[in-house]
Design a protein. Structure first.
Length: 198
């Protein structure tokens, strides 16, 4: 997926860490400090047990991506944001909050719909519906549990849409990996005026 190989000397924030896989891997790859965040307690999904078994020093804080504020959390060299974007009702707000606490880059991984547009009970590639859609910034909204019978999945973006969302949130994105209906991006932070949506 293009996950960064070396975090030596970096401070890392893992947003939506769940059981902590990416947090612990960043620590193993040399991060000097890692803060994992999620909306449930550390012992809810195995994070606390994994931290103990690994002898890890990763910190954990119950918080939403929408809570991120440099005055309260500080700033981090790297922000990890895998598997969260499509679960959010307000993705641009979330990317704006990430920009506010990120000094260098964000690693973002998400479901994408380029080859998986849901229509008439089947998954269809965007380009099969119309040639222009293959490179369009498209979002498909799921008001119920259409995506994988999971009501926490709100929408899916195309790869181009993720790139544009990152760009309009103050990042310069590069596609890092792509497989099936997933894609990952490394997006360098750019200086950016305060977003309009705050």
């Amino acid at each position: 997926m293009g996950f960064p190989k070396d975090f030596t000397g970096k401070t890392v924030l893992d947003v939506g860490s769940y059981e902590g896989f990416f947090s612990f891997e960043a620590e193993r790859r040399g991060a000097t400090y890692v803060l994992a965040t999620d909306r449930h307690p550390a012992d809810h999904c195995g994070f606390a047990t994994a931290r103990e078994l690994l002898g890890s020093k990763v910190d954990y804080r119950v918080a939403s991506v929408y809570d991120l504020d440099p005055a309260e959390f500080g700033t981090f060299d790297v922000v990890l944001f895998p598997g969260v974007l499509y679960h959010l009702r307000h993705p641009l707000l979330a990317l704006g909050r990430i920009h506010s606490v990120c000094r260098e880059y964000v690693f973002l991984e998400t479901h994408v719909l380029d080859r998986a547009f849901l229509g008439d009970g089947a998954r269809v590639a965007l380009g099969e519906m119309h040639r222009a859609l293959a490179s369009a910034a498209v979002l498909q909204f799921y008001p119920h549990d259409e995506l994988n019978q999971d009501p926490s999945n709100w929408f899916a973006p195309s790869v181009r849409c993720v790139e544009q969302m990152l760009a309009t949130s103050g990042f310069c994105p590069t596609l890092a990996g792509r497989w099936g209906d997933r894609a990952s991006f490394v997006a360098q932070r750019q200086e950016f005026p305060p977003p309009f949506w705050y």
